[in-house]
Structures are given as C-alpha cells and as structure tokens.
Design a protein around this ligand. Sequence first.
Ligand SMILES: [Zn+2]
Length: 65
Amino acid sequence: MTEKNFVCKECGHTESKVGKIGNSGYDKVKPPGFNAFKMGTSLLITCCANCGEVSSMRIENPNAL
Ligand SMILES: [Zn+2]
C-alpha cells in the first residue's frame, strides 16, 4: 500500500510505506472521555520507505470517533 505521488520532504524518495497502530484493540484511537458505545479506530501512519520520515497520520474510520 503506497500513496500516489508520494515524495519525501526529507530525502526526496518516492516510495512510501504504511504502518498501523491499533491492531490489538488496546491501543485504538478513541474520543476523549469515556464512551462505551465507541470502539475506537486504528491509526495509519504513512512514512518514507527510505528514511522513515512520517508524511501523514490518518485514522482508519472517522465514524468511530
Ligand atoms: Zn525520506
């Protein structure tokens, strides 16, 4: 999974990689405060495949917040 037209702002590399936080269910992104009805969502991090510079962070499902 790579981003279209990705260009690293640090090194100019054009290949990106995506990492994900929230696989286990205990480290999900959740709304502030307690809401039993919100399960939370995972966080996707797009970074440069060469140097690791993070270009964007995006939650998987905005409706989960
Ligand atoms: Zn880079």
